[in-house]
Design a protein around this ligand. Structure first.
Ligand SMILES: [Ca+2]
Length: 275
């Protein structure tokens, strides 16, 4: 009996070792490293260096931009890509800090930083049509044409955001789910300006020069884009961080800019050679 039990235990231990080896083989840490991408500038365009860019998307030949900061610096703008000229603008009341924007049919939705209040505008005229509420801070919006994706900054007092992307119903703007975002098993926080690009969500990591490429089905980071050196220091007015991604799906053009940057860039991604 004892021998038999011992034999079973040895057998079980062997099986556990096999299972542990198999689990290690399948663990994220032993997967191939997440690919890194560098960039090549295709074109540089002028950008309003007083625009504290918080939201950006492209639609039908124009850029749409949301700017932040209080005291009259927050706005929604329609911008001519080639010249950076602001051709239409809605100025937010002084107490609001503009954040992410997204187009939904004939409407444009805008988040604000800590007011837990969003605005609904007419897409063509920027006439205000209503407001909506949400929990926590508002950082970023994007859409795949089916639903709306929002950052995960659920705590209005927090200095960082949670490692997730909220999914909203595009008509009611109520949360209907969330994507937990991980990089090789580790949570990825501070997902700022978002953009849906060919089935992935691109996210600026706040206060870095990096963009995470996220698979929305799994939440896993499937690539990192390193934009260090994109904006060379010019010795003039100080600029803030990289923030702002827009994608033109008709012509497959990817645009990026930053807060108070004098330029907006069309870039192409280059896969870095493995280290
Ligand atoms: Ca965007």
């Amino acid at each position: 009996m004892l021998k038999s039990t011992h034999g079973t235990l040895v057998g079980m231990r062997f099986l556990i070792v096999i299972a542990a080896v198999a689990a290690t083989a399948c663990s994220p840490a032993s997967d191939q490293a997440v690919p890194e991408f560098a960039f090549e500038v295709v074109h540089a365009y002028p950008h309003d260096r007083n625009a504290f860019t918080e939201g950006l998307f492209y639609s039908n030949g124009f850029l749409y931009e949301s700017t932040g900061l209080e005291s009259g610096r927050s706005s929604v703008r329609k911008v001519r890509l080639e010249t950076g000229e602001v051709i239409q603008k809605f100025q937010l009341p002084d107490q609001y800090f503009g954040e992410g924007i997204v187009k939904w049919h004939d409407k444009l939705y805008q988040l604000t930083y800590k007011s837990e209040t969003g605005f609904i505008f007419d897409f063509e005229t920027f006439g205000k049509k209503g407001e909506f509420r949400y929990q926590g801070q508002g950082w970023a919006f994007t859409t795949d044409g089916k639903q709306i994706y929002m950052d995960g900054s659920r705590d209005v007092q927090a200095g960082t955001s949670d490692a997730e992307i909220r999914i909203l119903d595009p008509e009611t703007l109520k949360e209907k789910g969330a994507i937990q975002v991980t990089d090789e098993g580790r949570p990825v926080r501070n997902l700022n300006e978002l953009e849906w690009v060919k089935g992935e969500i691109f996210a600026n990591i706040w206060q870095t020069n990096r963009i995470a490429r996220i698979d929305p089905k799994t939440g896993k980071v499937v690539g990192w884009i390193d934009l260090s050196g994109l904006l060379p220091p010019d010795g003039g007015q100080p600029v803030d961080v990289l923030n702002g991604i827009a994608y033109d799906d008709e012509h497959d053009r990817l645009f990026v800019t930053g807060k108070l940057w004098p330029k907006l860039f069309e870039i192409k991604l280059l896969k870095k050679r493995s280290q």
